[in-house]
Design a protein around this ligand. Structure first.
Ligand code: NAP
Ligand code: MG
Length: 510
């Protein structure tokens, strides 16, 4: 079949009404950067139906409330409204906290094996609904279906499975100590991995016998609300998980509520600092997973083909909306030109466009404010004298887009070398010796992650021991596993999520 016929056939494939409206809202001519006829792919839109309600209430005490005052959540690829979601007031947050408080005694008293059964059930239901949740995640947040389907959703289910396994083994997790649940946990999550962050927060909290009030981000509330339906199907007792949608004020109301025993926050360092100041002296437990400006260090003895793929995965994964993105590339000086040449070739092959298309590599920027922030920082890089590299081509007219980009000629004092851009923009710096690489890598107020590319194991160990970063990848990047703890140093926050360490913030040990 000719490519033309195949394209016609795929476009004509029946889609669910919602999926149709949104998948086709990006006109085919605008679906990707025009990078030359040779690279044109036939459209391959994801066709799994997803039912999105017009309006959502809050999930309180096991049931959805009537919608209150609502706000819109958009599809950032089309700028169209997907649904209206309730903005939880301080009073709503209070109802949620009270529901969690009422549910706490029975839930925490359940034998661990029984709590584990609920978590296993939730994990299996997530797997059953994985494809529709992936489509919903892509529509609400702009990430590519390739990533939400193959990375986010499998990891969400894996996280619940992993902590389900711990629920009846808590005494073994902390030998010689007796773990008790902390109590009612307020959990606040960002928009870059909406459902995955919900899983990172909920699974260990529930396994350890806590109850929860979860606040999703304003721009991506839908998958958490659909997860609430899965919790209902799993017959999780009412009040064990409550979901309050809303903006920053809803999060602040949760932080300020006197009935909350612990706050777990993932988001920006600015908001994290404010939360830490608010909670100081209250006795509430706190964990913060904040921003990053990771160094991805490439030595001249690294396998360059793999390193280039690692650099691409490090910065362009999820449009660069990744706290642990390898956004500062430190390249050994003698291979700088070679790496730049390879990167320039490689980013020209990345397809930007309709996130629901299975061939898309880079989806939509999550929101207009985020796009403005990226543009402002990129403009600062140019004004400060760095050179911007982008592939030729044009971006879709509607929606929020930013081409995969990198800067050369960056110095350590440039804003693009110091501040988190949280977009598909890489800053390239150079170094000569391992000592200089280390010094430059650690020269940041952040400390979430780092990457090291070299053929020499000894170099990896030497650097890993001295890099002030919570996660260090060697000859790979952006790999996640529920068994592996994740978290930061310095202004990237404190506390760990994932692994045995991820249980610790949700228990008090006696
Ligand atoms: P953000 O503005 O700090 O928001 C995070 C969450 O906090 C959202 O739910 C937000 O609600 C809420 N919020 C805003 N103001 C608040 C307040 N005063 N009190 C309580 N809650 C409040 O961050 P973002 O822009 O959504 O996310 C991007 C940041 O998250 C980046 O810096 C990134 O590095 C970081 N991040 C870190 C990790 C990690 O594990 N370390 C993972 C992912 C992201 P609204 O959505 O309504 O504003
Ligand atoms: Mg949205």
């Amino acid at each position: 079949m000719t490519t033309k016929k195949l394209a016609a056939r795929k476009t004509a494939a029946p889609l669910h009404p919602n999926a149709t409206a949104h998948a086709l809202a990006v006109p085919p001519s605008e679906r990707r950067l025009r990078l030359g006829e040779g690279l044109a792919y036939a459209p391959a839109p994801e066709t799994t139906p997803v039912k999105i309600d017009a309006t959502y209430g809050l999930f309180l005490d096991g049931a959805f409330t009537k919608p209150g005052k609502t706000f819109a959540t958009l599809n950032p690829a089309t700028e169209r409204e997907l649904a209206r979601v309730t903005a939880a007031t301080a009073k709503d947050v209070d109802r949620a906290v009270q529901a969690a408080r009422r549910a706490l005694p029975a839930w925490s008293a359940l034998p661990g094996a029984e709590r584990g059964k609920y978590l296993f059930r939730i994990a299996r239901l997530i797997q059953e609904h994985a494809r529709e949740l992936a489509v919903l995640e892509t529509m609400d947040g702009g990430k590519t279906i390739k990533e939400s389907r193959d990375i986010d959703l499998p990891l969400v289910a894996a996280h619940f499975f992993y902590y389900a396994g711990w629920a009846d083994k808590l005494p073994y997790a902390f030998p010689g100590r007796t773990p008790h649940p902390v109590g009612v946990c307020g959990q606040i999550i960002p928009w870059n991995f909406p459902l995955l962050m919900a899983a990172w927060k909920l699974a260990p909290a529930l396994a350890a016998g806590n109850t929860v009030v979860l606040k999703p981000a304003e721009t991506t509330p839908l998958t958490a609300l659909h997860l609430a339906r899965i919790l209902q199907q799993a017959e999780l007792p009412p009040g064990v998980v409550n979901i309050v949608t809303g903006a920053g004020e809803t999060g602040a109301a949760l932080v300020n509520h006197s009935g909350v025993d612990k706050i777990a926050f993932t988001g920006s360092t600015d908001v994290g600092k404010r939360i830490a100041a608010t909670l100081a002296g209250t006795g509430k437990k706190l964990t913060l997973e904040l921003g990053g400006k990771a160094a991805n260090i490439v030595f001249d003895d690294a396998p360059l083909d793999q390193a280039v793929e690692g650099i691409i995965a490090g910065i362009y994964f999820n449009q660069g909306h990744v706290c642990c993105a390898g956004s500062r590339l430190l390249v050994q000086e003698n291979i700088h030109d070679e790496i730049v040449r390879r990167l320039r070739d490689r980013i020209a092959t990345l397809r930007v466009g309709d996130p629901l298309d299975k061939n898309t590599d880079i989806g939509a920027i999550n929101s207009r404010p985020q796009l403005e922030k990226i543009r402002e920082l990129v403009a600062s890089g140019q004004a400060e004298g760095a050179q911007l590299h982008q592939p030729a081509g044009r971006l879709p007219q509607t929606g929020y887009w930013f081409a995969p980009s990198f800067f050369t000629g960056v110095t350590a004092s440039h804003r693009i070398a110091r501040e988190e851009i949280f977009g598909p923009v890489l800053s390239i710096l150079t170094f000569r010796t391992p000592e200089e690489a280390l010094e430059r890598a650690n020269h940041t107020p952040y400390g979430l992650s780092a990457g090291v590319w070299t053929d020499k194991g000894s170099k990896i160990f030497k650097l890993a021991a001295k890099l002030r970063a919570g996660v260090i990848w060697a000859n790979t990047y952006n790999k996640f596993d529920p068994t592996s703890p994740f978290g930061g140093y310095k202004e990237s926050g404190f506390g760990r999520e994932g692994g045995l360490h991820g249980l610790l913030p949700y228990v008090t040990l006696r």
